[in-house]
Every structure is written in C-alpha cells, then in structure tokens.
Design a protein around this ligand. Structure first.
Ligand SMILES: NC(=O)c1ccc[n+]([C@@H]2O[C@H](COP(=O)([O-])OP(=O)(O)OC[C@H]3O[C@@H](n4cnc5c(N)ncnc54)[C@H](OP(=O)(O)O)[C@@H]3O)[C@@H](O)[C@H]2O)c1
Length: 275
C-alpha cells in the first residue's frame, strides 16, 4: 500500500498514526481545513486526497459533555463530514478507515458484537452512529472501526491524563461506574494500518485493548505500581449519557491482545519524561 492520508492528525489517534506512518503519511490538521466548513469541503478533499491510496479518518468531535450543547457542531464533524469523505474516497477508489466508538451502545447488555443493535445515550454517540451509517451508506467497502477509551500522547480523557496526575502526586478522582477496555493509541494505529493492507471486506469492526477495567480499579493498580503515595478518591459521575458496560467483542478481525499494563507503563514513561 502506498501513501495514507490522516484526517485529524493532531488528535490522540492522529498523532499515533503519524508516528507509525512517518513519510508515507499525508496529514490534515485544522489549519489545513476546518472541518466545520462544509462549503467547498468536497473540492478540498478531492485535491487533498488525489495522491494517496488510502485514508484514515481520525478527526471527530470527541467532547462527550460539550456535545450535549454543541449538537450542530458534533453532527457536522461526526456525521456530515465523514459522509462527504466517504463519497470522495469511493470516487477516488481509496481504501478508507473511519473510526467510531463504543458510545454507540447504551451499556445495558455490556458486551457487544459488531452486529449488535446500537442505542446511544448521548449526542456524541448518536452523531457517531449517524456517521457510521452515512459512511457505509455511500461507501460499503469502507472499514468502520469502533474503539474504546483511547489513550496516548495529547489525549484529554482520564486514561490519557492519568500519568500526569500520578507524576504530580495529585489526588486522583476516579469512578467505578463504567467498565470498558482502555486502548493504547499506537497499538490501534498499527492495527488500522494492518487492516488497510489486509484488503478486508467493508463494514463494522471492533478493535480495542482486551483488558476490561473501571477508571477506579485501573487507577488503584497503576498508582500502586508507579506512584504508591498517590491517593485514589472515588466519586460518583453523571452516568446519564455514558454506557455502564461497553466492552466491545471482536469477531471479524484477529489482532494481537495489547498488554494493558505494559502499554500504560510505556505511555507513562513517555508522557512524564518532560515533566
Ligand atoms: N478518545 C477516546 O476515548 C475514544 C474512544 C472511542 C472512540 N474514539 C474515536 O476515536 C477517534 C479518534 O479520537 P481521538 O481521541 O484521537 O480524538 P481527539 O484527540 O479529540 O482528536 C480529534 C481530532 O479531530 C480534529 N478536529 C476536531 N474538530 C475539528 C475541526 N472543526 N476541524 C478540523 N479538525 C478538527 C482535532 O483537531 P484539533 O486538535 O485542532 O482540535 C483532532 O485532530 C474519533 O473518531 C473518536 O470518536 C475515541
């Protein structure tokens, strides 16, 4: 496979993809094109993608709480833009990966196969589900890859911020109301590139770490290992827009299990090196 374009190259996954792809990647950031701007988007994408063989969409509106207020923006980023990207990718004959989320499920059943019926609780989840459907609607050969609790350099979620909290010796506020699988972004990046090369059938795939945990349990374990004096404090989160148990089962693509504690230790060493 030749060059791969990455949309959203400044994000957690985008950065990890850039590390793996290096010079064989072509990178879009907000400076190149603000994806809220739909007018002219198709022309921009045709020009940007003309010299690549594949595209990975790592751009998204990912702030779950804020999406409840900024519905329109979340819808544009997570549903309308991916549809345009899929249409252009199909026209250019590109292989395409579009990344989605476990938040398309409501978390009641808990362990989800690719063909289980989604039922999102949040605006974020609804817009991501709409994006999946629009992408596959216009380009059935696209690969829609759901992942969960992505952590890595530049990330803003609990797992991405945890090393910094540990290193600073802060109290760590964590809850035990969600069970899912943290996924180290560089591992996901490697699998996505492998999937593009493998010539897979289009449709939905689940790719995550394979160690289900809660933020609280995980914080207890890693603080004991990496920073025993850190205090882990339990709190009650607002669970109205988050799935309680959203472990994704992978039945369509075989990939190696990512060793969570090894991955987190590596990430800890990399992320706190500059502190
Ligand atoms: N993080 C998780 O826990 C998680 C879990 C499951 C699934 N996912 C999915 O995994 C994928 C990657 O997530 P991530 O954690 O890497 O996301 P992220 O760190 O929030 O990165 C999102 C990317 O989208 C770009 N972007 C957002 N709004 C934009 C706009 N208006 N114009 C241009 N670019 C814009 C961001 O650019 P800026 O840096 O300029 O904002 C950034 O490069 C997403 O599809 C997400 O839904 C994430």
């Amino acid at each position: 496979m030749g060059r791969v374009a990455v949309l959203g190259a400044s994000g957690t996954l985008g950065r990890a993809l850039a590390e793996v792809l290096g010079n064989s990647g072509k990178y879009h950031t907000r400076k190149v094109w603000d994806l809220r701007k739909l007018e002219g988007l198709e022309d921009f994408l045709f020009a940007f993608l003309e010299d690549v063989d594949a595209v990975i969409n790592a751009a998204a509106y990912t702030n779950v709480n804020r999406a409840e207020e900024e519905r329109e923006e979340a819808f544009v980023l997570n549903a309308l833009f991916p549809e345009v990207l899929a249409r252009v990718s199909r026209s250019l004959g590109l292989k395409m990966v579009h990344v989605s989320t476990d938040y398309v499920f409501d978390g009641r059943v808990g362990f989800y196969r690719e063909d289980d019926e989604p039922s999102p609780l949040s605006v974020y989840g609804r817009t991501k589900l709409e994006g999946e459907r629009r992408v596959l609607g216009v380009y059935p050969d696209a690969l829609v890859v759901r992942t969960s609790w992505l952590f890595g350099l530049g990330g803003k979620n609990f797992f991405s911020r945890l090393p910094f909290m540990l290193k600073r010796g802060e109290d760590i506020y964590a809850h035990s109301h969600q069970l899912s699988c943290p996924t180290y972004a560089p591992r996901l990046a490697g699998v996505l590139i492998g999937m593009l090369r493998a010539g897979l059938e289009g449709g939905i795939y689940h790719i995550t770490g394979k160690t289900p945990t809660t933020p609280y349990d995980f914080a207890l374990t890693v603080s004991a290992l990496l920073h025993p004096t850190s205090r882990v404090v339990h709190f009650l989160p607002d669970m109205s827009i988050r799935p309680r148990v959203s472990v994704l089962l992978s039945n369509r693509y075989d990939y190696p299990a990512f060793p969570l504690f090894e991955d987190f230790s590596r990430y800890y060493a990399r992320s706190v090196a500059g502190l």
